[in-house]
Design a protein around this ligand. Structure first.
Ligand code: SF4
Ligand code: FE
Length: 502
């Protein structure tokens, strides 16, 4: 297992062709917009060596029993999946942002069972290849950029109907030693500091779309891979040479448009190529795991936002107001509901044919559907309690101006015993969660990450067994004939009870 320092060293100069704000970046590690993201990823290594977190973050390999970082593990029981949610919550609490490593973990577990089942059905040897790859992942303690979301072009058209066939990643040439692929993956979390990219299809596919039925892994520095880092609200505050106005002084995340421009993938790194019937299975399982993940990480980030809001209330002298206490309580209730769903879908996980456990898909989708709503309400309550000062207060540059600082100190003071600077800092942190760079992870990613609301609605409908619910209702309404007996018995019971009362 790598230490945090070994991780940082291992990704130095690794990702090829990184662009931020239009410019190529020679050393992403030191770029002020990217560095907080590296810090957050490094916490997934640091906590694995921290006594207080080892039980959550370290586990043993199902391949050879060696100790490994949990982020490279395969889930062998419901308890493993519960521990995953707990680990993600802990990391959310420590970083207050997206720590970027779960997508690859979820990709590993989805590929494990899907490659096994492709081989069972087709006599292929993808699972053996995948196990070799998994061994490398565990030995090297890699960060994997799990790459699922295609750019999709015209949403009314299927992949093969697009005016430009590259709008979904596809194989353009099959060669003796491997394949050439082309396309792009959007919203790639943590891509610049990943060791590897693990590509998967983005939707269930039809027989005419077999060129899009692709899963493979490549190093981030493979020729033809280009990283265009997405900008985030207030990201240039990180270029101002001070953390004061950034809010979260240590951690952040980044999202990337990853271009695959005629990339060569050797066959030993290909885990699906043409088996369109299994694309839907892979997508559904990956999405299920990642929708479970949010019950951990978003609850962890929510913990920090609740703590920041309660602190801001104290600093303003309103912590004892009844409505503030009630609103903080409401925030906690919403946040714990997210966590409860993550834990529940883990407890009810079931083994797949390969032995890896899959979360309960109905509850995992309910978990993520709540995540599309509750963080917004938690953020609304945080803004309510924080007050308008969160978005009108002066900048660090004003604070540093000796003529202005005494005025700011004096007039933006809350309770007498708390320095004005502390009050401004906690408000900047709340601003970061609700409106700044961390809002990417806490708000928009809560909406669309791991699947937009409609994707969950479809899965919830598919998993919920509506026919059985209708049957129960019809029985109680006396519509189903064989219920008559029970009704008769019930009527007799009630008449006897009534008689005895009389
Ligand atoms: Fe992990 Fe959450 Fe970030 Fe997804 S959003 S990578 S689950 S921290
Ligand atoms: Fe995500």
């Amino acid at each position: 297992m790598k230490t945090a320092q070994e991780f940082v060293t291992s990704v130095r100069g690794l990702a090829s062709q990184v662009y931020v704000l239009g410019d190529p970046v020679a050393d992403p590690l030191t770029h002020p917009i990217l560095r907080p993201s590296l810090n957050a990823l490094a916490m997934t290594y640091q906590l694995a060596h921290d006594d207080s977190a080892i039980a959550l973050m370290q586990t043993r390999s199902s391949l050879d029993g060696r100790p490994i970082n949990c982020f490279t593990s395969i889930h062998r029981s419901p308890e493993d999946l519960v521990r995953k949610v707990q680990a993600l919550r802990r990391l959310g609490q420590e970083t207050g942002t997206c720590f970027q490593r779960c997508v690859g973990w979820d990709a590993l577990n989805a590929l494990y069972s899907t490659t096994f089942e492709i081989d069972q059905a087709k006599g292929t040897s993808y699972h053996k290849r995948f196990l070799d790859y998994l061994k490398s992942v565990q030995e090297n303690d890699w960060v994997l950029n799990g790459a699922m979301t295609d750019v999709k072009g015209d949403r009314s058209k299927r992949p093969s109907e697009q005016a430009d066939p590259d709008l979904f990643v596809h194989v353009v040439e099959r060669q003796r030693n491997g394949i050439i692929v082309r396309g792009a993956k959007a919203h790639q979390t943590g891509a610049v500091f990943s060791h590897e990219i693990v590509v998967m299809p983005t939707l269930a596919l039809r027989s005419s779309e077999s060129d899009y039925a692709l899963a493979f892994a490549i190093p981030v520095n493979t020729p033809g891979v280009i990283h265009i880092v997405g900008r985030q609200a207030s990201d240039t505050r990180k270029l101002e040479g001070t953390t004061f106005d950034v809010g979260n002084v240590r951690f952040g995340g980044h999202e990337v448009l990853v271009i695959l421009d005629n990339v060569f993938v050797p066959w030993e790194r290909v885990f699906m190529c043409g088996e369109y019937e299994f694309a839907g299975m892979l997508v559904e399982r990956f999405a299920g795991y990642h929708r479970q993940s949010y019950g951990g990480c978003k609850a962890g980030v929510g913990d920090v936002l609740i703590g920041a809001t309660a602190t801001a209330a104290e600093y303003a002298g309103v912590a004892e107001a009844a409505h503030v206490k009630r609103k903080i309580g409401e925030m906690i209730h919403l946040n714990e509901t997210l966590y409860a769903c993550g834990i529940a879908c883990s407890h009810l996980s079931q083994p797949t044919a390969s032995g890896v456990y899959l979360v309960d898909l109905l509850l995992a989708n309910v978990c993520k559907q709540n995540v599309t709503r509750f963080p917004y309400e938690i953020a609304r309550l945080a803004e309510d309690i924080a007050g308008g000062l969160m978005v009108t207060m002066p900048s660090k540059k004003d604070w540093d101006n000796p003529r202005l600082r005494p005025y700011i100190e004096k007039y933006l003071k809350g309770v007498a015993e708390v320095p004005t600077e502390d009050r401004l800092r906690i408000l900047r942190l709340i601003e970061n969660f609700t409106l700044g760079t961390a809002a990417v992870a806490y708000r928009t990613e809560s909406m669309h990450g791991a699947g937009s609301p409609e994707a969950q609605v479809i899965m919830i409908a598919r998993q919920s067994n509506l026919a059985q619910k209708k049957e129960w209702a019809k029985k109680l309404a006396g519509i189903i004939p064989d219920w008559d007996d029970v009704r008769g018995w019930l009527a007799k019971e009630m008449a006897e009870t009534q008689a005895s009362l009389n």
